[in-house]
Design a protein around this ligand. Sequence first.
Ligand code: NAD
Length: 457
Amino acid sequence: MEFDDQLKELRENFKAGGLKTYEQRKKLLKAFLASLQAHEEAIYTALETDLKKSPEETWLTENGFVQTELKLTIKQLKKWMKPEKVCTNLINLPGSSRIYHEPKGVVLIISPWNYPLNLLFTPFIGAIAAGNTVVLKPSEYTPAISAVMKKIISESFAKNEVLYVEGEGAEVIPALMKNFRFDHIFYTGSTAVGKKIYEAAAKQLIPVTLELGGKSPCVVEKDADLDVAAKRIVFAKFTNSGQTCVAPDYILVHNDVHRQLTDALQKYIKAFFLQPEANGYDYGKIINKEQFDRLVGYLGDGTIIFGGMYDKEKMQIQPTIIEDLSLEDSIMQEEIFGPILPVLSFTNTNGAINIINRNPDPLAFYIFTKDDENADLWINAVPSGGACVNNASVHLINPKLPFGGRGNSGIGSYHGRKSFTTFSHQKSVLKSSTWFDPKLKYPPYKGKLSMFKKVTG
Ligand code: NAD
C-alpha cells in the first residue's frame, strides 16, 4: 500500500490554499450535496444489501441526516468562518481580540459499519467546511455503500481535495501514517481500537477526536409514563437491530413498575418490528458472522422473557428481552451492540447508580420520569457523554447539541457548528494599537506593584 504521492497532493493543495476561501468551500459542499442527492436510490439499495435497512430508515438515520447537516453548514458557513470578536482586558487596551478559525491541514476520518454513510460523511462535512483536505477511511464491512460513497466523493471532489481509501481494514492506518503526519484524526468505533488510534496519534502529537462506545444505561422511575417510555426505548434499542452506539444498552426499572414496563416493551416490539404483514420490512440484520456469534453467546445469560430466536442464514436475531441477570454475566460487562435488552430492577437510587458506575462514562444516559427535579438529580449523578430525559438516542439529531463521549466513551464532539470548530484550530489574535503606549507597562518596574495589581487583578 503506497499513499505517499496522493497524500503529498493533499498537503500541497492545502498549502496552496485550495480550500481557503468561503466561496471555494461553499462550492464543494454544494457539489457534494448534489452528488449525494443524485445517488439517493443507489444509497437505499446499498444499505439494504449491507444492513437490510429500509429506505425510510436510511433516510432518517443516514442520507437525510447528512443532508440536514450539509444544508445547515452551507447556510451558516460564512458566519462560522468569521473571526469571533471577544472582549479585550484592561492591560491590553487599546486593542482588539478575536478568535480565528484556522483549518488544521490534512485530516483523517475513520468510520465504522453501523451507520456507514452518516458516520463517514457527517464529520467530513465539518472537515471540508473548516477548509481541510481529507482522507476518508470507511469500514471494510459495508462494501456496497462504500462503493456508492466512493462514487459520490469522486464526482464532487478532486484528487487533491479528498482521498477515499476503499475496502481496506485496520492495516491501512499504519500505512497511511508511515511517512505522513496528519493534522487531526477523527475516529468513530470501539473503545479498544480507539485506544490504539490514540497511541499512534500521540507518537506524532496529532490531535484526535474519538467517538467511542460503551454501555449506555436507561433508568425508568416508577412515576414515568410507561407507555411512552416503552415506545421510545423500543425504537432506540431495536432500530438497526440494536447496532447503534447510543442505543439503551440495558434498563434499570423501579421494582414497582417492572412488569408493567416489560409488558409495554413487548407490545411495542410487536407493533414496530414483528407485524406479520410487514414481513420484517423495518427490522435489520447483524453485520457479520463474528458479531452474530458474539450476540448469540449472550442468549445464555439470565432468563429470556421475550424473543431469543435467531436465524443464521438471514443473520437476524429477534428483538429479545432478558431478566434475572447477574452483574457478573458477560452481557452486563460488555457493550451489547445488538437487539438484546437486559432489564434489571432497582429499589433505591444509590443501588442503581452503583450498577451504572461499574461501567463509568457511558456515551449516553437516559432517564424516564415525570419529575423534573428528579430528572436533574439523575443527570447530575451519572457522568455521561450526552443524555435524554423521557427519551433515548434523539439528542444526537439536534445539530445545536455537540455530540460525543467522555472518558471511556470518547474525546471531543461534533455535529452542527461543533463539527466546524472540531476541524479548526482556534487561533487567538490580539491586535494592539500603537498610538498609546505608556512607559508604566515596561521595566524598570520598581515602585509599580500597586498599579500592576490595579490593572491586572
Ligand atoms: P471498530 O473499532 O472495529 O472499527 C472502526 C473502524 O476502525 C473501521 O474503519 C476499521 O477498519 C478501523 N479499525 C479497526 N481496527 C483498527 C486498528 N487496529 N487500527 C486502526 N483502525 C482500525 O468498530 P466497529 O466494530 O466498526 O464499530 C462498533 C463500535 O463503534 C461500537 O463500540 C460502537 O459503540 C462504536 N460506535 C461509536 C459511535 C459514536 O458516535 N460514538 C458511533 C458508532 C459506533
